[in-house]
Ligand binder design. Structure first.
Ligand code: G3P
Length: 247
């Protein structure tokens, strides 16, 4: 079972910060998951939301701020505000932290609400500059983004993110067809849309199933029975224990 620390070890440490990623390094897991946005001056940064405000102070869209403006933002958490590793990190900083480990990095491209021009190419170039092509897995809810990655470099592993909203308009057959069109190694469904049919049909097509975001023991036990291939969790240590007890 592949366990990923979702936005770093984010159940206990501030999501998508170097602090949360450092706290993932000695866990018995397969990798970390993070989200990538792009600043006005073209720097790839690790942050879940398209805007400031929820995790970091300030307001406005990341795409409208320069990196220098962004690093002035502080965490909305008074106790941790003075830590240097609790700023918005660049993707490059995280790659450098993870490179000497055995961990995989699941880079989620946030390209669904804001269309960051050229973000796929920027990510691939950065990953290649660090010789980390084999260490990353790129995911997106935007399947056009995944197609672009396939065109840019068919050897990079990708995952199609899907949720309940995806299945409102599309059948499982169509969703899996999209995975194949993009050459995705994985489908990453939300835990509430996973069932036996999804796992069986994906596996028949050679697509692995990794589920987000699993923070409940009951749900984890159900997913183990369904034989999913991996999970994203804010509590990797706890989920790891459940896996070891139930496999
Ligand atoms: O990549 C898995 C999961 O992070 C997707 O959902 O909303 O956290 O980006 P979200």
């Amino acid at each position: 079972m592949n366990i990923y620390a979702h936005r770093g070890n984010s159940g206990f440490f501030p999501e998508n910060t170097m602090y949360a990623f450092k706290k993932s390094l000695d866990l018995d897991i397969c990798g970390i998951e993070l989200d990538v946005q792009k600043t006005k001056d073209g720097i790839l940064v690790v942050h879940h939301d398209e805007t400031l405000g929820r995790v970091f102070d300030g307001k406005g869209y990341i795409k409208k701020l320069t990196f220098d403006q962004l690093v002035d933002s502080n965490l909305n958490n008074d106790e941790l505000i003075s830590r240097d590793d609790c700023k918005i990190p660049t993707l490059e900083e995280v790659l450098e932290l993870i490179k000497p480990t055995n961990l995989t990095i699941n880079i989620e491209i946030k390209n669904n609400k804001v269309r960051y021009k050229g973000i796929e190419e920027d990510i691939i170039n950065l990953v290649k500059n660090h010789n980390m092509e084999e260490r990353v897995l790129i995911s997106s809810f935007n399947y056009r983004s995944l197609k672009r990655i396939f065109r840019l470099d068919p050897t990079i592993k990708t995952a199609y993110l899907v949720g309940a909203f995806t299945f409102k308009h599309k059948s499982l057959k169509k969703v899996l067809k999209r995975c194949k069109e993009c050459n995705c190694t994985y489908i990453h469904p939300s835990y509430d849309v996973v069932n036996k049919e999804l796992v069986t049909e994906a596996h028949k097509k050679g697509i692995s199933v990794q589920v987000y975001t699993v923070n409940s023991i009951t749900i984890m036990k159900k997913l183990i029975k369904l034989k999913v291939d991996g999970v994203f969790t804010n509590y990797p240590k706890i989920i790891n224990t459940i896996v070891n007890e139930n496999l």
